[in-house]
Design a protein around this ligand. Structure first.
Ligand code: ARG
Length: 489
């Protein structure tokens, strides 16, 4: 192989063509630029959380002042977490996010447990939760004065999951257009709420914000739960690391997209919360099933319908981002032999990881059936923060064990230490405060990956691979490894 072959990869849509003309692999194209990167982050972070969670954060904190502090602290935490991912993502430019870093840092067993938990539960359940909130808002106008029929919302949620999965299977470009358009839409409604809030503040509506620390809770676990709900609204800050291989100029665009995207969302969230408190008292906010809609009804009167409409857009966009990155993780895990091989295949026609996206979509549909949104969010965050903490720990460990590795971006190690400490708190606080059997189930589920690992991965008992090996030319390879191999490195 020579350098000419590398050009053939670029020109011939990432299929490696050897000098003898044989095809060796198929890659996802590099087609995500800075704007798409930012909108993947912003568009996945802003979903339903900012329109629904304010109630749960206030419940946990007990007063307006601490509530706003928790929102700001969650923003800072998301930013610090993402800074760790900037260093890791520019050191290890593989897609798959935490999966690639945990595998590299702590070995394949932990990587496998992560992929097992995330691919089977975390990704599809968050996809399902977001689709359900989208369906709830979409069906609400047809049921004035009462709650929409559960069957109707679930069917609508399934329909949106199907639509999003089809779009993502058909074209990466189309999926990122969808992402960009819906991100603009959600930023628009946030702007409307913020501007309305600023006008109200200027008119002197500040009484809900005075004496705001009175009555705040001091319970360790309640604050932990408030954080969980706030952090759910911020969740998605790590999404760009799942698609590093498809990023154009990842060394520039990954850090930039993270540094622009996350602080932007944090500022929006704090301002939106202040806006809510300009019209709603703490009690009113706690009684409202959907804060943003109540806000709209009070303030935007003739056009108050725009709020639920844009929440539908916002959740739809977030679900799309979730599907986009979920597909990539599944695909990478398939490629590494941690999931069945077929999941690593790329559609020759559309250049998308179609089998992985379909698999993710099917699991999400399964989760729609029994879903109770709130419990899912709480358990989701517990498992999620175990992995965020471990990933930040990889960064610390690498500083000692992999001193020689190139670090295009190097962050102060104190940031990673802080993220590890905070994740320990977030994982332990609710368990110590209120031990519930569900946390045990969650842990058991994660650990149940171990026997599977030893059976199917360690002992190479991969019957599926043998069946699929005749389709080898469709299998996605690790592009970086391929390029290195081709350059004879
Ligand atoms: N932050 C989003 C929301 O407020 C939820 C993100 C779900 N998590 C994810 N990794 N996609 O709706």
């Amino acid at each position: 192989c020579n350098i000419k072959d590398i050009f053939i990869i670029e020109e011939h849509e990432h299929t490696i063509q050897h000098s003898d003309g044989s095809l060796d692999g198929l890659f996802l194209k590099l087609q995500i630029g800075l704007i798409s990167g930012i909108s993947l982050i912003v568009g996945t972070m802003i979903g339903s959380g900012i329109f629904i969670s304010p109630k749960a954060v206030l419940e946990g904190t007990g007063a307006v002042g601490p509530c706003l502090c928790v929102w700001a602290a969650c923003g800072i935490l998301a930013t610090l977490g993402a800074l760790c991912y900037v260093e890791l993502g520019t050191m290890i430019t593989k897609s798959g996010g935490e999966y690639s870093y945990l595998t590299e840092g702590f070995g394949p067993v932990l990587g496998y447990l992560y992929s097992w938990t995330t691919i089977i539960v975390l990704k599809p359940s968050s996809f399902a939760i977001i689709a359900l909130s989208c369906a709830e808002y979409a069906s609400a106008p047809f049921y004035p004065g009462c709650t929409p029929d559960v069957v109707v919302t679930k069917c609508l949620a399934v329909a949106s999951l199907l639509l999003i999965s089809i779009v993502n299977c058909m074209s990466v470009k189309l999926a990122s257009y969808v992402q960009n358009i819906f991100t603009v839409a959600k930023l628009f409604i946030i702007l409307v709420i913020v501007v309305a809030g600023i006008v109200l503040l200027a008119q002197g509506n500040t009484k809900n914000l005075s004496n705001s620390f009175e009555g705040g809770t001091t319970s360790f676990g309640a604050i932990g739960l408030a954080f969980y709900n706030g952090l759910w609204a911020y969740d998605g800050w790590n999404q760009l690391n799942f698609i590093t291989e498809e990023l154009i100029d990842p060394y520039r665009n990954l850090p930039l997209a993270i540094i622009i995207g996350i602080p932007l969302v944090s500022v929006c969230y704090v301002l939106v919360n202040i806006a809510y408190f300009t019209v709603l008292t703490a009690t009113e906010l706690l009684q409202s099933p959907a804060v943003a809609v109540t806000f709209g009804d009070k303030v935007l009167h003739p056009v108050s319908w725009i709020v639920p409409l844009f929440v539908v857009f916002s959740t739809f966009g977030a679900a799309n981002g979730n599907c986009f990155t979920g597909g990539r993780l599944t695909n990478v895990a398939g490629r590494e032999g941690h999931m069945i091989k077929i999941l690593s295949y790329i559609s020759v026609k559309y250049y998308t990881p179609a089998p992985a996206i379909i698999f993710n979509g099917i699991l999400a549909i399964v989760y729609i059936i029994p879903a109770d949104i709130n419990t899912l969010i709480n358990y989701f965050s517990f498992a999620q923060w175990v992995f965020y903490g471990l990933t930040a720990l990889v960064l610390i460990v690498f500083r000692f064990t992999r001193k020689e590795m190139k670090r295009p971006v190097k962050i102060p190690i104190a940031i990673a230490v802080l993220v590890v400490v905070v994740s320990c708190y977030l994982v332990l606080a609710p368990i110590i405060d209120k031990p519930e059997v569900e946390y045990l189930y969650c842990t058991l589920f994660i650990l149940s990956g171990l026997p599977l690992y030893f059976l199917f991965v360690f002992h190479k008992f991969h019957w599926t691979r043998r069946i699929m090996s005749k389709h080898k030319h469709l299998t996605m390879q690790d592009p970086n490894q391929m390029r290195r191999r081709m350059q004879g490195l």
